[in-house]
Ligand binder design. Structure first.
Ligand code: TXA
Ligand code: MG
Length: 322
């Protein structure tokens, strides 16, 4: 990565343009978070509903107080441990934070990413950069510069920082309520977060059924091809029956069942949760480009270490609201 490119990206952001940039989780579509018009341009480019709040990316935790108020000590401890890194904190917003950024809510999402290119960019810009994942609304998040090009073509300047290390979106912890709660599972699990924060942080928010997080809409991060999540022992029968109907099948699984035949396009699934998180979106995106009739995905194991991957796979395979 050339520093010249990063400088150009920073200049573009300061001018009010959109820039796609790498983070350790997924690529973001950035805009100056203090410019109403720039932030609005994100929603237009993504086709995203205006009431979905954006995460503000900061060069360091020192800038938290410019964006949030009444920050609990536990949130500060967590920020100090996990940042720069794949964690977003939801906090009460400071006065003056644009309603376009917060989706009109009284809270703001903050994150300091650890990708060196993102950090260099944020330091050069010197202020908050609002950035959702750099994909059209409802599509899979991009984990390479190539994916961003597939989404936006030449419409957006893309900083290429290689493939994203983590591969799924940041863990979101909401500290704006009475007790902290995980809104979106990710790389850091509840036990790790609780240890860092020094308070108990329970798992996913099942209590309030409201979609405060756009990712909590059932069918999000989804391929356009019909995609089904199946237990490993049910894969052979599903393949046999689809193949009997002359269907072309995508398969993302640890093993290729014997007798799968030539109508099966197999992508091998990694064996660790980190491995699957890292490759997941690019595997699904790849299979999605093959004009297949259906994609079958092997359900990962049941342990807590698989929570985030399971969450993304459930969304990718949830039936879309018609
Ligand atoms: O890893 C990530 O978080 C990536 C990279 C680019 O940083 N960003 C990302 O942004 O995933 P996006 O917009 O695709 O998802 C952010 C989620 C959304 O579901 C949004 O609703 C939620 O964060 N969010 C942002 N601000 C919020 C707030 N004030 N209250 C509740 N949820 C919020
Ligand atoms: Mg997104």
């Amino acid at each position: 990565m050339q520093s010249d490119d990063v400088r150009e990206a920073a200049d573009r952001l300061k001018r009010g343009d959109l820039v796609a940039f790498p983070t350790e989780t997924v690529y973001g579509l950035g805009a100056d978070a203090t410019s109403r018009d720039s932030v609005r341009a994100i929603f237009a480019a993504k086709g995203r509903p205006a009431d979905h709040p954006l995460i503000v990316h900061l060069p360091s935790a020192d800038q938290m107080d410019l964006w949030a108020r009444e920050i609990p000590d536990a949130a500060r401890r967590l920020a100090n441990e996990a940042w720069p890194g794949p964690l977003t904190l939801i906090l009460k917003k400071a006065p003056g934070v644009l309603p376009e950024v917060t989706g009109g809510q009284d809270t703001v999402g903050l994150r300091v990413p650890s990708h060196p290119v993102a950090l260099e960019l944020l330091r050069l810009v010197g202020r908050g950069v609002a950035a959702p994942s750099a994909n059209k609304f409802g599509h899979l998040s991009p984990t390479s510069a190539q994916h961003v090009l597939q989404e936006f073509g030449d419409d957006v300047f893309v900083l290429n920082g290689g493939p994203c290390r983590v591969g799924i979106e940041s863990t979101i912890v909401d500290f704006s309520r009475e007790t902290p709660v995980i809104l979106r599972p990710g790389h850091f699990d509840a036990a790790q977060l609780s240890a860092w924060a020094g308070v108990q942080i329970p798992g996913m928010d099942r209590a309030s059924g409201t979609p405060r997080v756009s990712g909590s809409l059932e069918s999000h991060y989804a391929p356009t091809t019909t995609t089904r999540l199946l237990d490993v022992e049910d894969l052979p029968a599903a393949i046999t029956s689809l193949a009997a109907n002359r269907k072309r099948i995508g398969l993302y699984a640890r093993r290729l069942p014997i007798m799968s035949g030539r109508s099966v396009y197999w992508r091998q699934m990694a064996v660790t949760p980190e491995g699957v998180a890292h490759e997941l979106y690019s595997m699904l995106r790849d299979l999605d480009t093959l004009s297949l009739d259906e994609i079958l995905v092997e359900r990962p194991p049941a342990g807590v270490e698989w929570t985030a991957v399971r969450d993304r796979l459930q969304r990718a395979t949830a039936r879309r609201p018609s």
